[in-house]
Design a binder for this molecule. Structure first.
Ligand code: ADP
Length: 243
């Protein structure tokens, strides 16, 4: 197919490639001024001579939060633009999945503690899988971070690892006792920038890109991801990775 772009006629594929390159370049370029911006705010905060009011100090803290949020959006956009371009290859190796899950749990434990959420992990003795270690780490971080974010205080979040015997697949189940996702939204949450209930989501914070990255990682491994959920009861994300 062809589309009109200005006066020239550009094949759709090429125009799409250009758009994607633009997104990748733009998000990459924006990261530098943003980190300078962050450093500037920190300089003001550290400056003992400056006489800023307590209110202005709070504003600086909010600014840092927003800068961090924007950096996260940019790095997520970059990941997705690169994944579209197939510029990010999946590098498979043998590694201990239990180590990776325990590492992710350790890094999220403070978040869980803050909300008094119980984090648990169940697994069998088998440990070694063949996959892209960094991407699997990223995938687990997205799912567990969501599970904690969207679960009210004193809830539970669990990870379960199963090695299937019939097919040489592994199954990772991330379950929470959180707010749940309606059937309608379950179809949409893997879309880029889609967030359920924009108002509440704003308070919770996030980019709306996590699950699209998670889905890309799973598909790039030839696997599948599905969700089972009921409003108010919690959600279960099930990932199957072929081995
Ligand atoms: P976000 O950065 O908003 O978390 P995601 O792509 O990871 O973006 O998720 C998209 C949306 O799906 C979230 O905004 C949230 O509304 C919903 N969601 C994701 N995980 C869960 C969960 N475990 N429980 C309830 N809702 C969830």
């Amino acid at each position: 197919g062809y589309i009109m772009a200005g006066r020239a006629i550009i094949p759709i594929k090429k125009s799409y490639d250009r758009q994607r390159e633009f997104v990748a370049d733009a998000s990459h370029e924006l990261r530098t001024p943003l980190s300078i911006f962050m450093a500037s705010v920190e300089t003001i905060q550290r400056d003992k001579e400056s006489k800023i009011s307590p209110f202005a100090e709070l504003v600086l803290v909010d600014m840092k939060d927003e800068i961090r949020n924007m950096s996260k959006i940019l790095s997520d956009m970059l990941t997705l633009a690169r994944s579209d371009a197939e510029a990010t290859t999946i590098l498979k190796e043998k590694f201990d999945i239990i180590d990776i899950i325990e590492q992710v749990i350790r890094s999220l434990q403070p978040l869980a503690n803050k909300k008094d959420i119980q984090l648990s992990f169940k697994y069998q003795m088998q440990r070694v899988i063949f996959a892209d270690k960094n991407r699997i780490h990223q995938l687990l971080l997205i799912l567990l971070d969501n599970a904690i974010k969207y679960t009210p205080p004193r809830g539970t979040v669990s990870v379960e690892l199963e090695f299937l015997t019939k097919k040489p697949d592994i199954k990772i189940i991330v379950k929470d006792s959180g707010m749940g996702i309606s059937a309608e939204d379950q179809e949409l949450i893997f879309e880029r920038f889609y967030r359920v209930d924009k108002m509440r989501s704003r308070e919770i914070g996030g980019t709306g890109l996590g699950l699209s990255i998670a889905k890309w990682i799973v598909l790039a491994h030839g696997g599948s991801v599905s969700v089972e959920s009921q409003i108010g009861k919690g959600s279960t994300f099930i990932i199957v990775l072929p081995q």
